[in-house]
Design a protein around this ligand. Structure first.
Ligand code: CA
Length: 355
């Protein structure tokens, strides 16, 4: 179990009733269940069983469940924890301002980023003007990077913040490494296949805060707390609070389904580079964050509560060449993509997303 030391106030998870256990089901496989929205589910996987396995056969059973989850849904719940930064004064956050798409570090003000799958910068600019993402974030990258430095608050401003985040970063890196081992096994590759391609820690830790907002501002055309998008890297580890709001597109029906917070779990989804690496055997699924139910403030206005989450975006090494895995291609299913390095792919996507 991941434990991130709380340094301001611990986020308390309310017991949520996960929708995927709400009704008895009669079909037995994930592949069958996800064909219909009424039985759609994100599989819950106990990863302890993988780490404690004493034989390859035992590991393979969990690995197959994980790969099956990423094939059918693109998301799994893995058996986590959370903390916050966003009660810092605005001046402190402003000093940590995000300034360079290559560095991808520091604090991003509300409305500056609009996540989108549109690749054209002009199109994203027009989307941003129409419906700015109502969120704030703090970005933390690899600490020992040769070129870029993280922007840390002073120790007196936020005691133990840096130490806590570095520890959390390392723990997330280790989770990524282990889950990628299981994916290698599940794809008929040696368990260590990805190890030397994902060991540089070229990841991004993002602390996300969705401030409370008048509900009327969320109801306009194109508005959502974070627009529909896919992630760029291998895996994203998402630590949700109890408020929720994450919705996942059922890839089989294209309808969005809530990924309800489940205490003690990490939501993990496959990103575009993993989908590309697997020649689309694994899915990078569209997802979004919608406003939770409003709290009425008067006859005509409601407020949606604040929501906080932590996302850890895992990447292969920036110089790793991502080309279709041998076990995911055949003469009948040739490679769909030319090789690309992680850096080429991700810098291209980020440059289009930020202004
Ligand atoms: Ca995402």
């Amino acid at each position: 179990m991941l434990v991130l030391r709380p340094f301001i106030r611990q986020v308390v998870f309310r017991a949520a009733r996960p929708h995927f256990i709400a009704a008895p089901r009669y079909s037995s496989t994930l592949a069958e269940d996800v064909r219909s929205d009424s039985t759609f589910r994100i599989p819950l996987i106990d990863f302890a069983a993988y780490k404690q396995a004493t034989s390859l056969a035992e590991k393979r059973r969990i690995a197959d469940d994980i790969v099956n989850g990423f094939k059918e849904v693109g998301f799994v719940y893995l058996t986590g924890h959370s903390a916050e930064f966003f009660q810092l004064p605005e001046e402190t956050k402003a000093r940590l301002a995000w300034d360079d798409p290559k560095a991808n570090r520091g604090y991003v003000q509300v409305g500056r980023e609009r996540v989108s799958n549109a690749l054209d910068a002009a199109e994203i600019a027009s989307l941003r003007a129409k419906a700015p993402d109502t969120k704030e974030s703090m970005e933390i990258g690899r600490e020992n990077h040769p070129t870029f430095s993280n922007k840390w608050p002073q120790e007196t401003e936020v005691p133990e913040f840096k130490q806590t985040m570095l520890h959390f970063f390392q723990t997330c890196h280790e989770v990524h490494t282990m889950v990628m081992k299981s994916i290698a096994l599940g794809l008929d590759l040696p368990e260590d296949f990805f190890d030397n391609k994902i060991d540089r820690q070229d990841h991004n830790l993002r602390l996300l805060s969705y401030p409370p907002i008048r509900t009327s501002l969320l109801l306009g055309d194109g508005q959502a707390r974070a627009g529909s998008h896919t992630d760029y890297g291998t895996l994203t580890l998402l630590f949700q609070d109890s408020i929720g709001g994450l919705e996942v597109q059922n890839p089989h029906t294209e309808h969005y389904q809530p990924a309800s917070p489940i205490p003690g779990t990490i939501v993990i989804n496959a990103g575009d580079l993993l989908a590309r690496w697997s020649n689309n055997v694994l899915r990078s699924t569209l997802h979004r964050v919608v406003a939770p139910p409003a709290i009425k403030v008067n006859a005509t206005e409601g407020m949606t509560p604040a929501r906080q989450s932590i996302a850890f975006f895992c990447n292969p090494n920036f110089d790793a060449i991502i080309e279709s895995l041998p076990s995911c291609t055949s003469t009948s299913n040739p490679s769909k993509y030319p090789p690309i390095t992680t850096e080429q792919y991700i810098v291209g996507r980020l440059a289009a997303t930020y202004s």
